[in-house]
Design a protein around this ligand. Structure first.
Ligand SMILES: Nc1ncnc2c1ncn2[C@@H]1O[C@H](COP(=O)(O)OP(=O)(O)OP(=O)(O)O)[C@@H](O)[C@H]1O
Ligand SMILES: Nc1ncnc2c1ncn2[C@@H]1O[C@H](COP(=O)(O)OP(=O)(O)OP(=O)(O)O)[C@@H](O)[C@H]1O
Ligand SMILES: [Mg+2]
Ligand SMILES: [Mg+2]
Lengths: 258, 258
């Protein structure tokens, strides 16, 4: 099983949209894919019709089991109505973990250890992160082999990305672990100078790690989330759907090379 | 001095854009306004040309001074190039506060106490929050008289808002404090069903607290952030500029009534 994560401290850049739509492409191609929602706000969980405030079995339980060193009764995985696409929902209680466990040792590997139980059952797992640098993102970094960083093609996003990449390398040094990362330009609008110029700067500054395509602005993403169907499942031929399909091909090629 | 805050756990809904552009309207009308950036990611700080990683005097120092109980040497306020519009920048170190201070008593009033020093100098202060429920948002809630909740007019945003309002009332009960809140519909796109329907639902569910206008989708917001000039200062007659000008009028009227 491949393990990817989508992360960026900046909010609203397309982390959840990327996780959901890449999973959609995998499902459409007949693969088995697991999504993990580590965002206490639970956009991915709401997308598939569950309520992060009322959820019983969620990613939060994985942390509680690890804390109480109870025998891990096994992760509870929820099914979606799309065959082969399952998920581990978020609970709003995840928001308390930093205060409770932030300084405790060993809590950075909870997700990595939990996913070991399901490596045989899925081809790909994608972890969706909240927009903050904390225990939840550290867990996703430790668990994944590739980190996807969606970056909105607008000026302020550049500043935030430098910091993000800087923080990543610090965490990696401390963990003596090598995580590959890929920068995914999102909300690309070819009518906007801000978008065109930012993309140019991103390609120069991150030559090796940036994807050579873009996720365009596409209003159908919002319409799709209203129906709870990933755009790549509902209409793979849409602008946004095609872009995520190309992104998946690129990422698989990249994994093959490394 | 009036004190407002912009908050929502959902990322990318227009918290920073609202704070910056409401401040822009105030500046254009000749008032004195102070912005406070409590987001460790520091979009507002980057907007005005400073680097949250390299900043000397920031909102983080207010927490450190309170922790060490050192005589508060006074907040350091930075000027922007817009006369009458000043700000207290964020430092990326704010991200460590939840782990360091989360459970300590009395750390919820740091910002409220700090702002007491400047009430004579400004007509309005607006606090920009990070997209998470934690110590920083609790500080903003305790300090403000009115909370602005930008809500993207899309389906998933509805789910998140219910949780947000629920969390607010819990915090208020614990603090025995009444904070008025106003819901501000953002990214409104009249061509989209998802947008029109969500706005309809929002108006029904939050009749008393929702603003009767909308902030439309306007590509000029991104162009403005590239130049570091609030759209309401650069071009108040733009779609987005006019909308924030109307919002400010509405909020001032609301404050008069209560
Ligand atoms: N390429 C796109 N074009 C247009 N709208 C998009 C695009 N990608 C995402 N969106 C919309 O933008 C909003 C934000 O996207 P999303 O929730 O995926 O971002 P996020 O980074 O996961 O946010 P958060 O920081 O809250 O986790 C959603 O309403 C989504 O439907
Ligand atoms: N009404 C709008 N129309 C079009 N673009 C907008 C609008 N409001 C904000 N934007 C753009 O959307 C992006 C997100 O806005 P902003 O950073 O203000 O959200 P936020 O809620 O502060 O995000 P965060 O959760 O990271 O703090 C920015 O690039 C901004 O320029
Ligand atoms: Mg998300
Ligand atoms: Mg912001």
């Amino acid at each position: 099983m491949k393990i990817w994560a989508t992360a960026n401290q900046k909010g609203g850049v397309g982390k959840t949209t990327s996780a959901v739509n890449l999973a959609g492409v995998m499902q459409k191609r007949g693969h088995k894919v697991l999504l993990i929602d580590l965002d206490p706000h639970g956009s991915l969980t709401s997308y598939f019709g569950l309520d992060p405030d009322a959820i019983q079995d969620s990613a939060y339980d994985l942390f509680q089991q690890s804390l109480k060193k109870t025998l891990n009764t096994g992760i509870t995985i929820h099914k979606t109505r799309f065959k082969g696409l399952d998920f581990i929902p978020a609970s709003s209680a995840l928001a308390t973990l930093d205060r409770q466990l932030g300084a405790k040792d060993g809590m950075g590997l909870v997700i990595k250890k939990s996913l070991l139980q399901v490596t045989e059952r899925y081809d790909l797992a994608i972890i969706d992160c909240p927009p903050m640098l904390g225990l939840l993102m550290v867990n996703a970094l430790a668990a994944c082999e590739r980190l996807l960083i969606p970056v909105q093609t607008e000026f302020l996003a550049l500043k935030g990305l430098e910091r993000m990449v800087h923080t990543l390398s610090m965490i990696q040094k401390a963990r003596k672990q090598e995580v590959c990362y890929s920068i995914v330009p999102t909300f690309y609008d070819q009518r906007l100078n801000a978008s065109i110029e930012t993309l140019g700067t991103l390609k120069k500054q991150y030559k090796e790690t940036i994807w050579d395509g873009v996720i365009p602005v596409d209003t159908q993403f919002r319409e799709a989330s209203q129906k709870g169907i990933p755009l790549t499942i509902e209409r793979i031929s849409s602008k946004g759907g095609r872009a995520y399909s190309h992104l998946l091909d690129y990422l698989f090629e990249l994994d093959e090379e490394s």
